[in-house]
Design a protein around this ligand. Structure first.
Ligand SMILES: [Zn+2]
Length: 434
């Protein structure tokens, strides 16, 4: 291949290789390299796997293999033992193998981070891999890797972890099946004070057993018999049973993240209350202070006193009777009432799992998930809920989630993935809110 570029550099666009030239070049280099490897390979005479006798070439076989730099044609000999007639291939890979592991991993990695259609576009834009790059191909390859990851054994961490935190959460994605509108997705995060971290996730009632995933994650961060494991949940009763299945038997704590989210809604609604009359101005001041006090009460383990807040607010709420709604924000008093109702029912449902968060925080202990936007959001919603048009099959969603977790855990091949940065004291943002 000959490359000829403009001699004068009057235009910056003429500087160096273009993408299309680079692609062509890579294809040619790859083809030459593979041809040379095939020639070298053909003169090797493997030992018979059965009698250790000498082999001779029986026939030749053609393989078309997709690589990062184009599809290559490989002609490889098949061998037969001179002494016992046993067949040998001389290669470790199977004859139906159609792509290299590096290409498989890159396809899965990109598909875990963006829609299949976008991933296919990025790959064919940057690499000479036009063939076999349809979104459908990408999907089937990615799900295959997901299956492999699901069956992967636990990799035990050599360093024992003294304290481990497990946070679990659940979210919903839209179902493709006619029978069901939504699929429940359960996710979680395992962290150690030493900085080890793993995420896990599975679609409910899929072939993935989430208890197995939790066990595997705990092993991966170095759980031993002497590790202290503390679990945080969003309040879903099913997850508590699952945690027990995974060997986490201590009563879980209600994750501060989920309480803080609900308090935030109430605060926003309170700050939006109208002050168009003197009595409303006074009521708003009182309500804003009461919501702050409610926050303080729950943070300090006095959730039982929340009823006092609700009663006091109820007493002054009548001044908002007939409040006119904002064009886009709606009626603030109604939203406040709804937010307070949400907090009330959450506190009632979680009463056994509420603790003195302030005390824990002062003792340097965790109060909830360290992922500021919540594990469910960053693990599931960012990729699988963004667009309302995305609909998922139970199997497809579950297997893609396995790949997504592997990417975040840095477990997708060697040198792949974006390992989590070790977190120092990650309760800081949560405490700040308090
Ligand atoms: Zn033999």
């Amino acid at each position: 291949m000959e490359l000829d570029r403009h001699r004068d550099l009057g235009e910056i666009g003429d500087l160096g290789l273009t993408l299309s030239e680079a692609k062509q070049l890579l294809v040619r280099v790859q083809q030459e390299l593979v041809a040379a490897q095939a020639r070298d390979h053909a003169v090797l005479r493997p030992e018979c796997p059965s009698c250790s006798g000498g082999c001779q070439v029986k026939d030749w076989q053609h393989h078309a293999v997709a690589t990062l730099f184009g599809v290559v044609a490989v002609r490889l000999p098949r061998f037969r033992c001179i002494r016992c007639g046993h067949n040998a291939t001389g290669v470790g890979w199977q004859s139906h193998c159609r792509s290299t592991p590096e290409l498989d991993q890159l396809r899965a990695h990109l598909s875990a981070l963006m829609p299949f259609r976008v991933a296919a576009g990025v790959l064919s834009h940057l690499l000479p891999v036009a063939a076999g790059m349809s979104p459908e191909t990408l999907r089937s390859h990615t799900l295959k890797i997901g299956e492999r990851l699901r069956a992967a054994p636990a990799i035990n961490q050599a360093v024992a972890a003294s304290r481990i935190t497990v946070t679990t959460d659940s979210t919903f994605i839209r179902s493709r099946d006619d029978g069901e509108r939504q699929l429940e997705v359960r996710v979680g995060n395992v962290e150690t004070v030493e900085g080890g971290r793993q995420v896990f996730g599975a679609v409910a009632r899929s072939d993935t057993d989430i208890a197995v995933l939790i066990r595997r994650s705990l092993d991966a961060v170095g759980r031993t018999a002497s590790s202290t494991v503390t679990a945080f949940t969003d309040g879903c009763a099913g997850l508590q049973a699952t945690l027990a299945d995974a060997g986490v038997t201590k009563q879980p704590i209600a994750d501060w993240f989920h309480i803080a989210m609900r308090l935030q809604h109430a605060k926003l609604a309170a700050s939006g209350l109208s002050t168009d009359a003197p009595d409303r101005m006074a009521a708003k001041t009182a309500i804003v202070a009461e919501v702050e006090r409610l926050h303080w009460r729950i943070w300090n383990g006095k959730a039982k006193d929340a009823q006092i807040t609700f009663d006091r607010i109820r007493k002054v709420m009548h001044v908002y009777k007939g409040e006119r709604g904002h064009r886009t924000r709606g009626v603030a008093s109604r939203k406040l009432w709804h937010a307070l109702h949400e907090i009330d029912s959450y506190l009632r449902g979680q009463s056994a799992r509420l603790v003195n968060y302030a005390e824990r925080y002062r003792a340097g202990l965790r109060v909830g998930t360290s992922v500021t936007e919540g594990t469910a959001n960053f693990l599931v919603n960012r990729r699988m809920n963004k667009s309302q048009q995305m609909r998922w099959s139970r199997r497809g969603a579950d297997l893609l989630l396995q790949v997504r977790c592997a990417v975040y855990n840095g477990a997708l091949g060697s040198g792949f993935g974006q390992r989590f940065e070790p977190l120092g004291h990650s309760g800081a943002e949560l405490a700040l809110a308090a």
